[in-house]
Design a protein around this ligand. Structure first.
Ligand SMILES: *Cc1c(COP(=O)(O)O)cnc(C)c1O
Length: 381
């Protein structure tokens, strides 16, 4: 149908210098955690204002270790949003703790800070805020609530690499901060992530937990006191990250330009919710619309298929997770979090990545109009 090349919803930007650097690592004879990981951690620590940072094989792993380092145990409760990648709540369940969901603010699609205090119980140990699409949760209010109630904060900043709050980089302040370098994120190592910690003691504990809990003794022997995981990053991946980091600000600036183009070109008469346009501090990880499903003669699946037929990729990030069987079995159900349910049912991620052109944005906007205009019921007064 379309003569134009397929436009995916995202695509990593890996330059030739990085590819050559990875080839050097492959030839070096040391491809697992080694000098590249050390260098990547040092670069990340500098990026985050000198805080300790440890590289891990995923942000999911960072969340798991952060919960453990924060002392969250089986039977504890952890407050989070239902509108996130399921990793955010899976890590809580895997620890034997209970995810306590709090509905979103539909304007930001982020956890509604006004509703957190009502969800706090004597068993609450921590809050996991999620910066969906890279838009930061209000850190001033979040930490005021956490401090007042003696709760730890484990930031699911998986999508927030390069985002800022009041001009300060996410990760450069706060409690434990988990960032992802998955292939779709603003900075990628293929798979990977990091945990930003408060002090050297936490960093040492993170090192221990990420690699089987093994302590190497001066006499060449080993000791193990804790059950560790296996979450270290490879030097191959770390070298990709080192090649990405110098370009991050440019990548994110380009994303902001393309987001602005969407706001200029998107047909508001189609009844879709757009993201908050001001979006202070966002790294524009995603540009997401919410389809006006009650006014459409088609479903989201038909819309996605229509985009595909027009040579355009689109994604769903994410359905409200409390409706997944895993969480229904914990007692959640339809109607618990109406804002997350409405947004989660209609949300669609449109293409946005630094390698896109302005014409690509225009093409997406035209495709959306082409699909929706003929099937849209006029709005009632
Ligand atoms: C990507 C993502 C994760 C998980 O990151 P991985 O590195 O894939 O484990 C967790 N939470 C959110 C919000 C994410 O977007």
């Amino acid at each position: 149908m379309s003569a134009l090349p397929f436009l995916p919803f995202t695509r990593p930007e890996i330059d030739e210098e990085t590819i050559a650097g990875v080839a050097d690592v492959l030839r070096s004879g040391w491809i697992t955690s080694g000098p590249q990981v050390k260098a990547f951690e040092a670069a990340l620590s500098a990026y985050f204002g000198g805080r300790p940072v440890r590289a891990l094989s995923s942000a999911t792993g960072a969340l798991e270790l952060a919960l453990e380092i924060a002392g969250v145990k089986a039977g504890d409760e952890v407050i989070t949003t239902p509108l996130s990648w399921v990793a955010t709540a899976n890590v809580i369940v895997r620890l034997g703790a209970k995810p306590v969901f709090v509905d979103i603010d539909p304007a930001t699609r982020l956890i509604d800070l006004d509703r957190i205090e009502a969800a706090i119980s004597p068993r609450t140990r921590a809050i996991i805020p999620v910066d969906l699409a890279g838009l930061p949760v209000d850190r001033d209010r979040l930490y005021a609530i956490a401090n007042q109630h003696g709760l730890r904060v484990i930031e699911d900043a998986a999508q927030s690499m390069g985002s800022t709050w009041n001009g300060r980089r996410i990760g450069s302040f706060g409690d434990l901060v988990c960032i992802s370098f998955h292939a779709n994120k603003n900075l990628t190592t293929g798979e990977g992530g990091c945990l930003v910690l408060n002090d050297d003691a936490e960093a040492r504990r993170c090192e221990l937990l990420r690699l089987q809990g093994v302590v190497r003794l001066p006499d060449g022997g080993q000791e193990v006191e804790v059950v560790g995981a296996k979450l270290n990053l490879t030097d191959i991946a770390a070298r990709i990250g080192l090649g990405q980091l110098p370009h991050l600000e440019r990548f994110n600036a380009r994303r902001a330009v393309l987001a602005r183009r969407y706001f200029e070109r998107f047909d508001r008469s189609l009844g879709c919710d757009l993201p908050p346009q001001a979006a202070p501090g966002s790294n524009w990880h995603m540009f997401q619309i919410v389809l006006p499903l009650p006014r459409l003669a088609i479903g989201r699946g038909d819309f996605l298929k229509g985009m595909q037929e027009r040579g355009i990729g689109a994604g769903v990030h994410y359905p409200a997770m409390h409706l997944f069987k895993l969480f229904r079995d914990l007692g959640y159900g339809e109607g618990d979090f109406p804002h997350a349910e409405r947004v989660g049912a209609g949300i669609v991620t449109l293409p946005l990545f630094p390698g896109m052109s302005e014409d690509d944005v225009d093409r997406v906007c035209e495709a959306v109009r082409d699909i929706l205009a003929p099937v849209l019921t006029p709005a009632h007064r």
